[in-house]
Design a protein around this ligand. Structure first.
Ligand code: NDP
Length: 291
C-alpha cells in the first residue's frame, strides 16, 4: 500500500484565497486587517518565517509590519513595543516570533499581548478558553491540522488520536482540539514508555517532536492517517519531518509530506486568525456606535 499524500500547499492556497475575498469585504467597510510581527535578533530561521508570513499577508491583501529589535534589547523595551501595538487600532494581530533570546521571559512577553490580538493563540487566557471549549484563537499549527483532517473527511468522532510531542504550541492545543471533536486522545512525551505500543493504536497519528524520522513504519497501524509536524534539516541540508516518510507511506492510508504538508497550513491559519480578529474588532466598533 502507498499512502495518499495530503497536499497542504494546495489546501493552504484555497484557505488564503477565501481570506483574500473576506479581506476585500472588510476593506469595503473601511477596515484593513493588520498583522504586526515582532522579531528580536537575527536568528536565520526566524527571519525566513517572518518574511514568509509578511509575504503571505500582503498577497491576501492584509497589511503587515515587521518590528525588528536588536538581540540585546531589554525585556522592558520589548514589552513597551508590544504595549504600543496593543493600543494601535490599525493592528488586529500581534505575533512575537519565538524563540526569544535567552535573557527574556517568553511567557511574560506573551502575557503582555492583548489577548484579543493574540493571533498565535499562546496567551494564557486563550489557552484557557481553548481548554474549556470556547476558543477565541486556535493556535495556527493545530488549527491547520484540523482543517487538513476535515478536508480529507477524516472523522475524529470516537477515533483513537495519538499525539507524540506535548509542547504548548503544538501537542497540547492539538489534544484539546481533537478531544473537542470527539476523539479519544493520547498525548505522549519523551518519558512515554514503549512509544510504539501507543502509536500503533492510533487511527490518527500526529507527530511533533523535532526528532527527525523518529516514527517509522513499524510504529504505525496499517491504514492510519499520519500528520507530520516536524521541520528538521538532515545532514544533507534537506528538510525532513519527524516521521520516516519512506517507511510510513507504505503503512499509512494518508500522510502529510515535509515540506508541503503542515507548514503551509500554519501560515494560512495565521491569516485566518488575523482576519477574524479584524472582523471581531469591526463588529464591536459597529455595535458600540449603535449604543
Ligand atoms: P518542543 O521541543 O517544544 O517539544 C517537543 C515535544 O516532543 C516535547 O513534548 C518532548 O517531550 C517531545 N519529545 C521529544 N523527544 C521525544 C521522544 N523521543 N519521544 C516522545 N516525545 C518526544 O517542539 P515543538 O512542539 O515546538 O516542535 C516540534 C516540531 O514541530 C519541530 O520540528 C518544529 O520545528 C516543528 N514545528 C512545525 C511547525 C509547522 O508549521 N509545521 C510549527 C511548530 C513546530 P518532553 O515534553 O518530555 O520534553
Amino acid at each position: 500500500m502507498s499512502a495518499r499524500i495530503i497536499d497542504g500547499k494546495t489546501l493552504a492556497d484555497s484557505v488564503k484565497a477565501d481570506v483574500a475575498v473576506r479581506v476585500q469585504q472588510l476593506k469595503q467597510q473601511g477596515v484593513v486587517p493588520g498583522l504586526a510581527v515582532v522579531l528580536v535578533g537575527d536568528d536565520p530561521a526566524s527571519q525566513v518565517y517572518v518574511r514568509n508570513k509578511a509575504a503571505a499577508c500582503e498577497k491576501a491583501g492584509l497589511h503587515s509590519s515587521v518590528i525588528r529589535l536588536h538581540a540585546d534589547v531589554t525585556e522592558e523595551q520589548l514589552l513597551d513595543e508590544v504595549r504600543k501595538l496593543n493600543n494601535d487600532n490599525a493592528v488586529h494581530g500581534i505575533l512575537v516570533q519565538l524563540p526569544l533570546p535567552g535573557h527574556m521571559n517568553s511567557a511574560r512577553v506573551i502575557e503582555t499581548i492583548d489577548a484579543r490580538k493574540d493571533v498565535d493563540g499562546f496567551h494564557i487566557s486563550n489557552a484557557g478558553l481553548l481548554m474549556t471549549g470556547q476558543p477565541l484563537f486556535r493556535p495556527c499549527t493545530p488549527y491547520g491540522i484540523m482543517k487538513m483532517l476535515e478536508s480529507e473527511n477524516v472523522s475524529l468522532w470516537g477515533a483513537e488520536v495519538v499525539i507524540v510531542g506535548a509542547s504548548n504550541i503544538v501537542g497540547k492545543p492539538m489534544a484539546m482540539l481533537t478531544l473537542a471533536a470527539g476523539a479519544t486522545v493520547t498525548l505522549c512525551n519523551s518519558k512515554t514508555r514503549d512509544l510504539g505500543a501507543q502509536t500503533r493504536r492510533a487511527d490518527v497519528l500526529i507527530v511533533a517532536t523535532g526528532k527527525p524520522g523518529m516514527v517509522t513504519g513499524s510504529m504505525i497501524k496499517p491504514g492510519a492517517v499520519v500528520i507530520d509536524v516536524g521541520i528538521n534539516r538532515n545532514e544533507h541540508g534537506k528538510l525532513v519531518g519527524d516521521v520516516d516518510f519512506a517507511s510510513a507511506k507504505e503503512v499509512a492510508s494518508a500522510i502529510t509530506p515535509v515540506p508541503g504538508g503542515v507548514g503551509p497550513m500554519t501560515i494560512a491559519m495565521l491569516l485566518v486568525n488575523t482576519l477574524e480578529a479584524a472582523e471581531r474588532s469591526q463588529q464591536s466598533a459597529a455595535s458600540a456606535a449603535t449604543v
